[in-house]
Design a protein around this ligand. Structure first.
Ligand SMILES: Nc1c(NC[C@H](O)[C@H](O)[C@H](O)CO)[nH]c(=O)[nH]c1=O
Ligand SMILES: CC(=O)[C@@H](O)COP(=O)(O)O
Length: 210
């Protein structure tokens, strides 16, 4: 029997082309993480987000995600307000498209592709797999609450891309890497769609448009 689970599509078609999105991922359980990050990036692009507006940063484990998301959001505001002089001084964000070296006294044309907007959404990606101690429960609980807090405190959508799996197979299936006949579904694609939708809504709602 097929399942009724899963997100319904948004009521209107969304356009990711004006959006700037950060992906912050942990490195624990890397095989699953890599697939989820790839699925997320591919869906963001499919929805129109430009490659140079997708920034990827990594942290050791899921426990590090909330602080990293908070810092990435505040740093993007600093970056968006930065002057050419700041940028010549090396202010950067490790973008997926590396910034070319700028000679001293570089021209303003060199900054044409510099980000001028903070992140519209952040996607936090982690893979927690239950072990033999209470480690899993503590991290699941604290990280989910903290990521919620970051989005409410900053007003920037933080997408909950953290798998909380009881077994390796559960994690693999949620990254489209299932070992059985059913490969499962890559949830990174859903997180990308949620990011584009929430970022678009947030922009509109902030302008009082409903
Ligand atoms: N067991 C998992 C962890 N543990 C590591 C913590 O997240 C953290 O990096 C460490 O305690 C240092 O603060 N992280 C995962 O992402 N997934 C796990 O299954
Ligand atoms: C601190 C740890 O990462 C580790 O001791 C947790 O163990 P487990 O995943 O078996 O609960």
């Amino acid at each position: 029997m097929s399942s009724i689970k899963g997100p319904a599509p948004p009521p209107t078609k969304l356009d990711g082309s004006p959006l700037r999105v950060a992906i912050v991922h942990s490195r624990w359980n890397k095989e699953v993480i890599d697939a989820l990050v790839a699925g997320t990036i591919s869906k963001l692009k499919e929805q129109g987000v430009k490659e140079h507006n997708i920034i990827v940063q990594s942290v050791p484990g899921s426990f590090e995600l909330p602080l990293a998301c908070s810092k990435v959001i505040s740093g993007s505001h600093v970056q968006a307000g930065a002057t050419a002089t700041d940028l010549l001084g090396g202010l950067s964000f490790g973008t997926s498209t590396p910034r070319p070296a700028t000679p001293a006294g570089g021209s303003s044309a060199m900054f044409a592709n510099m980000p001028s907007q903070p992140f519209d959404a952040v996607i936090a990606i982690g893979v927690l797999i239950k072990g033999s101690t209470m480690h899993f429960e503590y991290i699941c609980e604290s990280v989910s609450h903290a990521l919620m807090r970051v989005q409410l405190d900053t007003g920037v959508p933080v997408i909950f891309g953290v798998l909380t799996a009881l077994t390796d197979d559960q994690a693999l299936e949620r990254a489209g890497l299932g070992r059985g006949a059913n490969k499962g579904h890559n949830h990174g694609e859903d997180w990308a769609s949620a990011a584009v939708e929430m970022a678009s809504h947030s922009r509109r709602w902030s302008e009082g448009k409903f």
